[in-house]
Design a protein around this ligand. Structure first.
Ligand SMILES: Nc1nc2c(c(=O)[nH]1)N[C@H]1C(S)=C(S)[C@@H](COP(=O)(O)O)O[C@H]1N2
Ligand SMILES: [Mo]
Length: 425
């Protein structure tokens, strides 16, 4: 333990050296090299051996990163069983969300379902109603795809104005994973769709094995397009909270339709109009009528750093502005960043070309003069759709909405580097 406290003292020294040097990163680096004990003295981690292999059979993040966790907002819901927590997007980089900190949304809690007890039924207007075991599913040709899942309620608290102070809370109902699974089309074809007749006007109804069942209707053309019956995420088994052993992946469409612990797919003549697609996950407009079947998640983006939970700690000079962008209708084509509340825009650098219905990472590398910033990002997708301001959204949707808020987010960065959630529309 003394080793540990010793190292944190020297770490403070490291920070002060950085601040004293100020300005460009290179100048700071040169000054540091001169008399930094972290460079000139043998440190505890070099004087003693580390732990051996197998010390931790399945690894967790190192303790220094123990604040990079999912968090909930306790006052949002009465209890955690039917609730949501948020991905710490302010602290992540790249595009893939580790399962261990990917947000959870349950309507009746996460269940424990063994592969051996897993059954998937396909019934209704099919030639042969079938029941698959987990082992059966593993024998169909598999595909791998990276897709984002965004809860339709993401940013829902921000409709009327700025509310929650952090990208994790305003935009953290999203994750982006690589799924391995079998196309639903393959399983529907195995059951045979001749009995359904014309497929164009047919629907499927999907439900989970949990108490809520979270049943949703999906039009047949989507079901036969890119929907996956997935059993792995980011290379490993789905975590319990994400639907182990099998979940539905409905690319680009609202998270509610991605049924976890998938137990049944029924082919039907029409939609069920279940609770989750009538009283919930619809958008009440200014005139009191509600939009429904708002499945696709419109293009959206957010700056993850700097942001309220990720302030600037290094003073003026080189600053990396970064964030995430995604579209449920296609790929991200371009992201613009404004530092003056939307008056002027610069095109950010995409870390990689946009992928269909997957998250893109963007960067804007600037020389910060230390003055306040009103940071915004604006996504454009492959259909030419441009992320709207919150005012533009409210003009169409009114003020009663919760779901599908893809308006432009603003962070007010102060000269001391701290950031706050504000609205500039
Ligand atoms: N069976 C079942 N599936 C479900 C839910 C649920 O409560 N039960 N919640 C839905 C909602 S509203 C969302 S946003 C996503 C969340 O997926 P995640 O917990 O993996 O983030 O799962 C969806 N699928
Ligand atoms: Mo959701």
């Amino acid at each position: 333990m003394t080793d540990q406290s010793g190292s944190s003292t020297t770490r403070r020294g490291f920070l002060q050296a950085g601040l004293a040097a100020g300005g460009a990163v290179a100048t700071a680096g040169a000054a540091r090299a001169a008399g930094d004990p972290l460079i000139t003295e043998v440190q505890p981690w070099a004087r003693f051996t580390g732990v051996g292999v197998d010390a931790v059979p399945y690894g967790l993040p190192i303790k220094f990163e123990d604040d990079v966790i999912r968090r909930n907002v306790p006052w949002l819901t009465a209890e955690t069983m039917s609730s949501v927590n948020f991905t710490p997007i302010h602290a992540l980089d790249g595009t893939i969300t580790p399962q261990g900190c990917a947000f959870e949304r349950h309507h009746s809690g996460a269940i424990e379902l063994r592969k051996e007890d897993y059954r998937l039924m396909i019934n209704g207007l099919v030639d042969r109603p079938l029941v698959f075991t987990y082992a059966d599913l593993e024998r169909f040709p598999r595909e791998n795809h990276v897709y984002f899942l965004e809860c339709a309620a993401n940013s829902g608290m921000e409709w009327a104005g700025a509310q929650l102070n952090g990208a994790q809370f305003t935009h953290g109902m999203i994750h982006n994973m690589e799924y391995s699974g079998v196309p639903l089309r393959t399983l529907l074809e195995e059951a045979g769709l001749d009995a359904a007749g014309t497929l164009k006007d047919k629907w499927i109804y999907v439900e989970g094995a949990d108490a809520s069942s979270n049943g949703r209707s999906i039009p047949m053309d989507k079901a036969l397009d890119d929907v996956l019956v997935a059993f792995k995420a980011n290379g490993e088994a789905l975590r319990k909270e994400h639907g182990y052993p099998v979940r539905l992946v409905v690319p680009g469409w609202e998270g509610n339709m991605w049924v976890k612990w998938l137990r049944r797919v029924e082919v039907m003549d029409g939609p069920v109009e279940s609770r989750e697609e009538t009283s919930k996950y619809t958008d009440t407009l200014a005139d009191g009528t509600s939009r429904k079947w708002t499945w696709e998640m419109d293009a959206k983006s957010v700056i993850t750093s700097p942001s309220p939970q990720s302030p600037i700690t290094h003073g003026p000079g080189p600053l990396v502005i970064t964030g995430l962008a995604w579209s449920g209708r296609g790929a991200i084509e371009r992201v613009d960043v404004s530092t003056d509340g939307g008056m002027t825009w610069r095109t950010a650098r995409l870390a990689a070309p946009g992928q269909d219905k997957a998250v893109s990472r963007f960067y804007l590398d600037v020389d910060w003069d230390g003055s306040e910033l009103l940071l915004q990002s604006r996504a454009m997708d492959s259909l030419g759709y441009v992320q709207p301001t919150k005012d533009a959204l409210r003009a169409i949707r009114g003020e009663n909405s919760i779901y599908h808020n893809n308006g432009i987010q603003t962070w007010w960065v102060k000269p001391n580097g701290e950031a706050e959630n504000v609205e500039v529309s």
